[in-house]
Ligand binder design. Structure first.
Ligand SMILES: *Cc1c(COP(=O)(O)O)cnc(C)c1O
Length: 391
């Protein structure tokens, strides 16, 4: 008999009842160190007092009004995002995949409105992940995500992850945009080198294409800059954001330049919940922290410390880990043995990690993780690795 919850997830037998900072308490009382942070969502940790205050204050006044009316909380968050980034304008969504939908629509409408209606194709890359909507799975294009769900939304050109010649050859007069994650998350924590991101920007300029960055996982301070592309010193035309932006409240956004967004006039797009007062009040509180240079400095310091300790860990466990990769606090350990065994051994040793492709376990801690918690994380991962080695 089908479970009452649609069984699309392989769930671990863990049920958390409380969260505090980087810690989660299981129903049986065990306390887990959370290096998953809801898959890069709980950027400020669990139950951050400023987020709790923002949520409860707003909840006592007004939860929801339609986008048919002015929403000052939305305006405030949009103003903050515009001031802090390349973007001139923001549309709020409830999720990353919903941001992907708009990014695709925006790129097509842009070309339609400048009398280039044939330019509908978007180039994407193997190992990418853009969400589970029809556009999201068509964009990523992997067999795993698309099998059985055809016919797929047309207009995506799938290329290998780092094949410059294939990329140059794939650009034609029907190409509208290139869409890429500056650091692949689900794909196994694969950072795009800065010079490649610069190269993509140049290529887009040369061929009059839009550069769409998916910063749903790597954005919002995760890499030690507010957005990952800042490391390369370039700017996209369109950017998808979600996960960390709501700190645990479902919130996403599409940020765009005035030029790229020029086709999105009244009536061309909408969302019932997107940008509602509750979500934006929390998002504003998250932004107040994450956009502070001191906060980002701290992320970089913790990231350096964490990475250094992880290098030590893999040196101590060469039969379990083959490499550490990633940038900032978006880290991955590539495993020698199946990554899921390591995730499970982590559960046994009260540390939560997240599997990804390429036999990687992801370490996506809260961005304000303490040094003491980093030390605890390493000692628990060390125990988990030893457990695998002795089994
Ligand atoms: C998680 C993720 C998405 C999808 O976000 P949802 O909120 O799950 O729809 C899209 N792109 C990237 C890079 C992601 O990590």
């Amino acid at each position: 008999m089908i479970p009452s919850v649609l069984p699309t997830y392989n769930r671990a037998p863990l049920s958390f009842v409380k969260g505090e900072g980087s810690w989660l308490t299981e129903a049986d009382g065990r306390r887990f160190l959370d290096l998953g942070a809801g898959i890069a969502v709980n950027a400020l940790g669990h139950a951050h007092p400023d987020l709790v205050a923002a949520l409860t204050d707003q909840a006592q006044n007004l939860w929801h009004v339609s986008n048919l009316y002015q929403i000052p909380q939305q305006q405030a968050l949009a103003d903050k995002l515009v001031a802090a980034t390349f973007a001139d304008t923001v549309f709020f969504t409830n999720s990353g995949t919903e941001a992907c939908e708009l990014a695709v629509k925006m790129a097509r409408k842009y070309n339609h409105d400048r009398d280039q209606p044939n330019r509908t194709d978007i180039i994407t890359f193997s190992g990418s992940f853009h969400g589970r909507s029809s556009a999201g799975i068509a964009a990523a294009g992997s067999e795993k995500m698309t099998h059985g769900f055809g016919p797929l939304l047309p207009g995506f050109i799938h290329l290998p992850w780092n094949d410059h010649d294939a990329l140059k050859a794939a650009i034609t007069d029907t190409t509208a945009a290139i869409m890429i994650e500056p650091v692949q998350g689900e794909g196994g924590i694969r950072p795009l080198p800065d010079h490649c991101l610069k190269g993509l920007r140049d290529l887009c300029d040369e061929h009059d294409l839009l550069l769409i960055l998916d910063e749903v996982q790597c954005g919002m301070g995760r890499t030690g800059k507010l957005f990952a592309h800042e490391w390369a010193g370039i700017e996209p035309d369109i950017m998808m954001v979600a996960k960390g932006i709501g700190g645990g409240f479902p919130l996403g956004a599409v940020l765009a330049t005035e030029n790229a967004a020029s086709g999105m006039t009244a009536g061309t797009h909408g969302s019932t919940y997107g940008g509602n007062p509750l979500g934006c009040a929390v998002g504003k509180a998250v932004m107040d922290h994450v956009s502070d240079p001191k906060f980002l400095e701290n992320v970089n310091r913790k990231a350096g410390l964490f990475r250094q300790k992880l290098e030590g860990l893999i040196a101590a466990h060469p039969d379990t880990f083959s490499e550490v990769r990633g940038t900032g606090l978006m880290l991955g350990l590539q495993c020698v043995t199946p990554n899921i065994d390591m995730v499970n051994a982590g559960y046994d040793n009260l540390v939560i990690t997240v599997p990804a492709a390429d036999n990687v376990i992801r370490l996506l801690p809260t961005l304000n993780i303490t040094e003491a918690d980093i030390t605890t994380a390493i000692s628990r991962l060390d125990k988990a690795a030893s457990q695998i080695e002795s089994s």
